[in-house]
Each structure stands twice: as C-alpha cells, then as structure tokens.
Design a protein around this ligand. Sequence first.
Ligand code: DGY
Length: 458
Amino acid sequence: MQDYQALLNEAKAVLQRNTITVTVDGKPYERVIPSRDYYVHQWLWDSAGIAMGLVHSNEEAAFNELVSLVAGQWSNGLIPHIIYNPDESRYYPPADQWQTTGFTRNGIKTSGITDPPLLAIAAEYIWNHASDEQKKRDFIRKVLPSLMAYHDHLKRYRDPEDCGLLTIVHPWESGTDDSPRWDSILSRIDLNMIPTNIKADVDRNRKDIRYHDSQERPTEDDYYRYIYLIELFKDLSWDYTKIIRESPFAVKDILFNSIWERANEALAGLLLTYGNQEEANKYQQRAEETRKALTNTWDEAYNQYCDIDVTQGNHRPIAVPTNAMFMPLYAGAVTDQQLDILLHRLSQADEFCTAYPVPSTAINYRYFDKDRYWRGPTWPITNFFIIEGLKRCRTRHKNVDQRAKLLAARTIQMIRDNGFWEYFDPIDDGTKANEKGMGFNSFSWTAAILIQLLNMTK
Ligand code: DGY
C-alpha cells in the first residue's frame, strides 16, 4: 500500500480539481464533475461511482454528492442520467433540448432518461465505509425516500411485463453508448427517415469531437440516432408507458439489470438497518426475481448471457461478445456451469485476456475497435463490477478469489502506467505503456475507482 501512496494522492487531487460549487434548491453544494474538459454536469452513475471513492477521503463530500444528485429527481420518481449545472454550456445536448423542467422541482434542469441504477449501491457503500455515525445516519435518512421512489418508478414503468428485467429505451441508458450490442437494433432506425433538422442540429452543435479525437468517440450516425430518440420521447411528453411501447430501441440490458439486482439488495440492506423489515422484503424479493431472470438469459448456443431486444413486441436475444456478459457475476446470478464458462472466456488471449483486461468487446469480434469508446477499450468501472462479481463467487470455485485480485492489480497498474484517463487501449500493439490512455484525462470515475481498488487490496 505504501508504494501506492503517491498514486492515491494523485487520485484524490483529481477529485479535488474536478470539484465545483452549484446551487441546488437554493443551497450551495460541492459536486465532482466527471471531467472539466467536457463532462461538466452531474451524471447518475458517474456520480455514484465518484461518491464511493470520495468516502475514503472526504465523507462530507460523498454525502453531498448523492444528496445533490437526488435533488434532480422528478416528482414521478425518475432520477435522470444528467443533472445539469446551470452555468455550463460545454456539453451537447444542452439542458433545454430535453424540455423536462415541468417534471423537476425548483427549476432544476435534467435529461429525461436514466443511467445504470448504481445509486443505492453507492449509498450502501458509503454507509459501510463512513465513520461518522451521526452524519451517515442523517445522510441515509435524507436519501432513502428518494431511493425507494426511484426503484418503484423503475419497477413500475420499465418492467411492465413483471418479468424481473427492466427495459432501457436509449443506448445512453446502458452507459455503454456505442457498444456493438446495440448495432442491430440501431441499424433498424433508418437514417433517411431522421428529420433533416435533427441531423443539422447534430452537425452544428455536437461538441465532444471539437474537444476530442473523433476516432475515440461514437460516430455521427450514432449521434443522429441518439438525438432522434430524444426528440421522439419529447413528442411523447416523457410518458414512459408510451415510450416503452413505441421506442425503436427497447432492450432488457444484462449490465443494467445486474446493477439493478445488486441495487435492490443494497436498498433492502439499508432499510433493514432502519428496522423496516416489510419494505426490505419487498426489495429483496425484487432482487431475487431479477437474479433468476438474469440466469435465464444464458444462451447455450453462444455460451454467454444475452441482452434481449424487446423493441415493439420483439423478443430476441442479442448474442454479441462484450464484457457485459460477465455482469451477472455481480448480480450473483451464475450457475456453476456458467461460472466455468465465463472464467474460461475471461482467460482467453483472443477474447478478453489482453494486456490491459477486460476489453469492452472481445478482441476477436469482427466489430472490435480498440480505440472507439465502448467498442473495444477497457474501462475501470466495468472492471470494478467484474472484480466484485468474481469476489461474490469466491466460495464456489477455487481460483476465483485469485482471479479477482489479479484483475484488481492489473486495473491499478493500467492506471498507474498511463494516468487517470476515461478508458484505455486494451491490447499490446507495441505502443508505449504510457500512451494507452484514451478519452478525456483527469477523469473522476477513474480516480474514484482506483481509490476503491486500493482500499480493497490494502
Ligand atoms: C455522453 O454524452 O457521452 C454520454 O454518454 C451521454 O450520457
């Protein structure tokens, strides 16, 4: 651990540098943005990940991060994936594009979709790691009603079939925007039928590629479709009963649902600490139904868990080899046989065992792209879920604990070799180790996950 003190200090400095003050509900809050270069607002799953790192250095900041996040909750319970900072314009799409102010309180501006629901997991992590008993109790008391309302909202609107798996309606909700998992569904949205004013808006106003190499970002066609979906949902007045039925993108995503499973367990655990057995049982039961449903997404022919395309009455498995296939580990949903197969795939040099594992897409897949966002690069956040998932199975297989430790060590090394980048080139192609970082630098998530990993391995 001593060797890592300098790295740990650097990680804390990244979080400090990315701290800004915003006024929410008339109160000033300190909040850590993902990156000063582009991601200048608050994203749900970034914020949850950041809060988990923050609790190890500044408990007050960790509490504030999540309290200011739930301030953006809609009156129907949705917690949107972006809570906008009123003073910033360095990101596209801008706040006003969503037309959601009627749904929020006190004029807070937000997006209209959500993110992988990491929030309850972060709250539980903070509960387990904060040392100030009184303050952490106050914090949980403050956020618990919002967490319950958010979970009830998701269950109600995103699982109309009551099958245990939630439906996402936009690639951004998956957190893995341009993953090849979504190629076949998105290709059904014909670019010719996307209105020209939407394309013109993207062409004129898209900002990420002004600040960053376009080879490492989603394509123009992806962006046309992303914005087209937003315009469609706006036309449906953000009514999720209609959106679920009409969206040309509707998926039971295994990554999103694995987090959903774990989040319900976390929420149940928090409710138990407050002696609320009845409510705790409700969320525990939801976790169980999701776990079972995830186990059943295993596809024998492809030897992997598959997302399910449920767009407009479809029910088709999506068998694309990405690191999402390992996420049911995190949900405790794997059978012994499935575990053996996953461990095998994780160790294959032509699939997921690369110089910096675990690539977001198997490297032998025809659409693997080592540079482009979620189509190949390795991300610390998904490694974190895989590590935690392996730990969850540690009593079931003799090598699993060792594998978790090894992946944690290699993730730490990846960050130490290259710096606090958003994502990393996964393969050894002769490029110098210190040139493997990609996306935006000084990235808060990466710093926060490093802090968690160092804490885990100390
Ligand atoms: C982006 O803008 O890159 C995000 O992933 C959308 O939330």
